[in-house]
Design a binder for this molecule. Structure first.
Ligand SMILES: CC(C)(COP(=O)(O)OP(=O)(O)OC[C@H]1O[C@@H](n2cnc3c(N)ncnc32)[C@H](O)[C@@H]1OP(=O)(O)O)[C@@H](O)C(=O)NCCC(=O)NCCS
Length: 177
């Protein structure tokens, strides 16, 4: 599935980057990038508790490739919050050498578009407001989204893919029934 758009052309030309949906061939490289970015502590995160129960969806997950090498990755998982479908985004990571060139925000934009095109209405993540709010994410009401593990609720951020998609959504994050 190719993901390219005119707004990303300058990055693509500068770096000979390509963005595509994740395939099984990318798994080992993504694991390496996440180990480099988050260290062993990544396995203790609340989001990891969700991903243990619900595998991420490769069709909603993207890699940035430079000369065939994976230099960035974003994954998304189809979950439910109190029974309402939503997408959980993460992890997002870019190889240190390739940071600050727009790869992260390009992966984020493409992830949102892939989710929207597949019929999803809302995405959430646990992350830094300073990075994600300029990308359209907004804090969700504290207490509305319950993760299966400790999390700083101020860091739970949501993106509407349809207006009003977050209204009244509340409950435990888990598998869809
Ligand atoms: C966060 C990350 C994916 C951004 O990737 P990237 O390709 O460098 O992102 P972009 O090029 O789109 O944006 C870079 C900008 O975001 C800023 N930024 C990066 N991480 C940030 C953070 N946590 N909070 C605020 N700003 C951040 C950079 O300083 C840079 O700012 P500048 O454009 O003013 O120089 C990358 O830094 C990374 O892999 N970090 C380690 C893993 C991580 O923290 N993932 C996010 C989990 S919440």
């Amino acid at each position: 599935m190719p993901f390219e758009s005119p707004s990303m052309l300058s990055i693509v030309q500068d770096l000979d980057l390509r963005f595509c949906a994740e395939t099984p061939d990318h798994a080992a490289a993504i694991e390496g990038i996440c180990a480099e970015a988050f260290g062993p502590g990544r396995f203790t995160r609340a989001a990891e508790r969700v991903r243990e129960r619900v595998p991420h969806d490769p069709a909603l997950s993207l890699v940035a490739l430079l000369g065939g090498e994976v230099v960035g990755s974003v994954r998304q998982t189809r979950v439910a919050i109190g029974g309402v479908p939503a997408v959980m985004l993460g992890p997002l990571a870019v190889r240190p050498r390739f940071k600050k060139r727009g790869i992260g925000r390009t992966l984020m934009a493409m992830a949102a578009e892939a989710a929207r095109l597949s019929g999803e209405r809302a995405i959430f993540l646990v992350g830094d407001r300073a990075y994600y709010m300029p990308l359209g994410y907004r804090p969700l009401p504290v207490g509305s989204v319950t993760m299966p593990g400790p999390v700083d609720e101020e860091r739970i951020l949501g993106l509407e893919l349809e207006p009003g998609a977050w209204v009244g959504v509340s409950g435990l994050v888990g598998p869809r029934l």
